[in-house]
Write a protein that binds this ligand. Structure first.
Ligand SMILES: Nc1ncnc2c1ncn2[C@@H]1O[C@H](COP(=O)(O)OP(=O)(O)OP(=O)(O)O)[C@@H](O)[C@H]1O
Length: 233
């Protein structure tokens, strides 16, 4: 099997006060389809910088990024835009839901933006909300839901258009540990049952228990790489 995303010796250098800051320094990772990959590391280790590059939101200073076999670092912005819209789903720290819309409307709206015909939107929105365990809460607005439920809606929204990969940058950072664990278990379930591919950045050590593959970053470098057999929690 070939990786969905692969980076080869990427560096990302920022200029800060006349100095070069190596946010990423020679990072090579592979994300295989149907796996749950975690990027672990302390604040400032380079996780967000790497996520932004994987998500075609930023480009490396050096090195290559392959998405489904195509080098994307040199692609024009219009094609990278298309890649983001069609092939990627994003989940952020805060769920960024539209406050006046219900859970269902938030997901349906994202499908409308993705150009999915009206006839298919309803079925798909209901389907993904069921997958994240929110069938009974579809009519609720974000304010009427817990933080964990709001993140579930954000996950449903990120996967609704059937992306190749979901990129989740610290999706549990604003949740208590119980809800954080539930979100990680949900990701585990989605990978196992739906065959989706997830890359998640986190500093939560519990990730070691749920992810298939964990890359540990320190000062912009991969300092450890572990292949796991997922354990039931
Ligand atoms: N735009 C920028 N300009 C200058 N330095 C930056 C920029 N973005 C990131 N950095 C630096 O690069 C390093 C990695 O930052 P990054 O945000 O990727 O880390 P992180 O692991 O995601 O941290 P956190 O968990 O706090 O988000 C840090 O030293 C940071 O200060």
């Amino acid at each position: 099997m070939k990786p969905v995303i692969k980076t080869v010796s990427i560096k990302r250098v920022f200029k800060s006060g006349g100095e070069n800051v190596y946010a990423l320094n020679d990072v090579s990772i592979s994300v295989m389809p149907g796996t749950f990959v975690a990027l672990r590391g302390r604040s400032g280790s380079g996780k967000t910088t790497l996520m932004n590059i994987l998500g075609a939101l930023d480009r490396p200073t050096e090195g290559q990024v392959f998405f489904e076999g195509t080098e994307i670092g040199e692609l024009p912005e219009s094609q990278r835009d298309e890649l983001r819209r069609r092939k990627l789903g994003f989940v952020f720290q805060a769920s960024a839901l539209i406050p006046l819309m219900s859970a269902y409307e938030n997901v349906e709206f994202s499908l409308r933006i993705a150009g999915v015909p009206a006839a298919q939107r309803r079925k798909r929105a209901e389907e993904v909300l069921a997958l994240v365990g929110l069938s009974k809460r579809m009519k609720h607005r974000p304010m009427e839901m817990s933080g964990g439920e709001q993140q579930r809606v954000a996950i449903a929204r990120a996967m609704a258009h059937n992306p190749s990969v979901i990129l989740a940058d610290e999706p549990t950072a604003q949740l208590d540990s119980r809800m954080g664990l539930q979100i990680m278990k949900l990701f585990r379930d989605l990978v196992d049952k739906e065959g989706i591919t997830i890359v998640m950045a986190t500093h939560d050590p519990i990730i070691m228990e749920v992810a298939d593959h964990v890359y540990t970053l320190e000062d912009g470098k991969v300092v450890d790489e572990q292949e796991q057999r997922s354990k039931a929690l």
